[in-house]
Write a protein that binds this ligand. Structure first.
Ligand SMILES: [Fe+2]
Ligand SMILES: [Fe+2]
Length: 172
């Protein structure tokens, strides 16, 4: 059993979810304000943060979770991997769509109605993100904190922190 009360629980890794939502909200606010270049930059920022978080989970969390083979309802490791894949697909889609809007705006002035189709499409992405967040919050991270001991959790944190530091260093 875990002695996680003395260490940082692995569920703290989900603090990034809130930061990601805030970044996406800023992107959508820029869209609504018709600041499309700014919206592009913010989407790029959101994308790299989401990829960093997802890659950390793929490399250091999900392999350990999968090996536990807990057979939890709604918790096969493939579900998490498949949602990560879908989120990745959406990142590419949204980038393309914002770029199209940027091009359109260069030819003529954009009106608020021009961003509505993209906002509607993004609602589907946000639904997927929310669904994924709930699956991790209700199944993945509670299971990891319940099943792993302090040493195992500490080892995963070391890897996650190292990964994040390396990715952030590559941005500058
Ligand atoms: Fe996550
Ligand atoms: Fe995830």
């Amino acid at each position: 059993m875990s002695s996680c009360s003395q260490i940082r629980p692995l569920s703290d890794h989900m603090l990034a979810h809130q930061q990601l939502l805030e970044l996406f909200e800023q992107h959508q606010c820029a869209l609504i304000s018709l600041e499309i270049e700014r919206a592009c930059e913010l989407l790029a920022d959101f994308t790299r943060h989401l990829r960093m978080h997802r890659d950390g989970e793929e490399e250091f969390v999900l392999p350990v979770y999968g090996a536990l083979d807990l057979k939890l309802e709604g918790g096969p490791v493939e579900f998490f991997q498949s949602e990560h894949e879908k989120l990745g697909w959406w990142l590419g889609e949204m980038r393309g769509e914002v770029n199209e809007l940027l091009e359109e705006g260069r030819g003529r002035g954009l009106e608020p109605r021009d961003v509505l189709p993209l906002l509607d499409r993004q609602a589907t992405f946000k639904h997927l993100l929310d669904h994924h967040d709930k699956r991790e919050a209700n199944i993945l991270y509670p299971a990891m904190d319940r099943e792993l001991n302090a040493k195992q959790v500490g080892a995963i944190w070391l890897q996650l922190d190292g990964h994040e530091a390396a990715v952030r260093a590559s941005w500058s």
